[in-house]
Design a protein around this ligand. Structure first.
Ligand SMILES: [Zn+2]
Length: 272
C-alpha cells in the first residue's frame, strides 16, 4: 500500500475574511470554548487572539519544504469560488498556484459547487485557465457531495475526485471509476482524527485507520492535511501530528505517490 497526501488551501490571508464572513470572530469564540473545555492551552488561546493580525493565514511554503524533505509528491487544492468560510477567490490564488506548480507539486480545485453542472463547469474552466494543467482533480470544500455529484464532475472533465469520505471513519474503499473519472475515497482527515484535540489519541486513531486500509487490501491510503494547520503557535497539536505522521509513515516503510501516478499504475495494471 502506498500513501497519497494532499492539502486543502482553505485560507490565503486574514484580510479576505474581514467584512466578508465571520471566520475570524468564529475562530475566537471557538478558541475560547476550546480553552474552557481544556482542549487547548492558555498560550495557544492568546496566540489565536493575536494571530489574525499576522495577516498570512496559509502555510503553503512551510508544507512544501516539509513534503520535499520526505519526497512526498503532494497535491494542493485551491478554491476558485468563495463559500463556506473559504473567501479568497481565484484571482488571489493565481500566483500561489504557479508557485506550487513550479516547486514540482500537483495542484487541483477545492470545489464549492456540487449540484449545478454549469456552476461546477465555471470552477473547472477557471482553474484550467489559471493553471498549466490540462488533466486535474478536485476535492470539495467540506467534502460536500450528493449521489449525483461524482457523475457531474466526470461530465465536467475532471481527471479525478477525492471527496468521498466516511465521517465515521469505518468504511475503507479503494479508488474506482465514475465514467471517465477516478474517485479516490479519502481515508484520513486531520480534523477528524484530532477531533478531541488529543495528539496521542489522534496518533492511535491514525495508526488504526492505516492498518485497516492495509488489512482491507487497499492499494492507496489517502490523507488530507490542511496547510494552514502547519502553524506551531495556533495549531500546535495539528502541526505535531503532521510531523509525527510523516516520520511514522517513513519509518514504517511506506512509499508516497501522487494521484496522477496512482492512476497510471491502476490503468496500466502496474500497481499492487
Ligand atoms: Zn476546505
Amino acid at each position: 500500500m502506498k500513501i497519497i497526501i494532499s492539502h486543502d488551501v482553505d485560507h490565503i490571508d486574514v484580510m479576505e475574511h474581514i467584512f466578508t464572513d465571520l471566520i475570524v470572530e468564529k475562530f475566537w469564540v471557538r478558541s475560547l470554548l476550546e480553552l474552557l473545555s481544556g482542549k487547548i492551552r492558555f498560550n495557544t488561546f492568546i496566540n489565536r487572539l493575536v494571530y489574525p493580525f499576522q495577516i498570512r493565514y496559509h502555510r503553503i511554503q512551510e508544507v512544501m519544504i516539509k513534503d520535499k524533505q520526505y519526497h512526498i509528491p503532494s497535491t494542493f487544492f485551491f478554491g476558485m469560488k468563495k463559500g463556506l468560510g473559504m473567501s479568497y477567490g481565484s484571482e488571489k490564488a493565481v500566483s500561489l498556484i504557479s508557485e506550487v506548480e513550479n516547486s514540482g507539486f500537483s495542484v487541483g480545485v477545492h470545489g464549492i459547487e456540487y449540484k449545478e453542472i454549469p456552476l461546477m463547469l465555471e470552477e473547472y474552466n477557471l482553474f484550467g485557465g489559471i493553471s498549466n494543467e490540462n488533466k486535474f482533480g478536485i476535492r470539495m470544500h467540506y467534502v460536500r457531495y450528493d449521489k449525483n455529484t461524482f457523475e457531474k464532475l466526470s461530465d465536467c472533465g475532471y481527471y479525478f475526485d477525492t471527496s468521498e469520505f466516511d465521517k465515521e471513519q469505518k468504511i475503507f474503499k479503494k479508488p474506482y471509476k465514475v465514467n471517465s473519472m477516478w474517485e479516490f475515497p479519502l481515508h484520513i482527515m486531520d480534523g477528524y482524527v484530532l477531533k478531541e484535540g488529543d495528539l496521542e489519541y489522534g496518533k492511535i486513531r491514525t495508526e488504526k485507520i492505516i492498518k485497516q486500509c492495509r488489512d482491507n487490501g487497499l492499494p492507496y491510503c489517502v490523507i488530507l492535511f490542511h496547510d494552514s494547520y502547519y502553524n506551531e503557535k495556533c495549531y500546535p497539536v495539528e502541526k505535531k501530528w503532521y510531523d509525527w505522521l510523516l516520520d511514522y509513515l517513513k519509518n514504517s516503510g511506506y512509499e508516497f505517490i501522487s494521484y496522477e501516478e496512482a492512476i497510471k499504475e491502476m490503468e496500466t495494471g502496474h500497481g499492487e
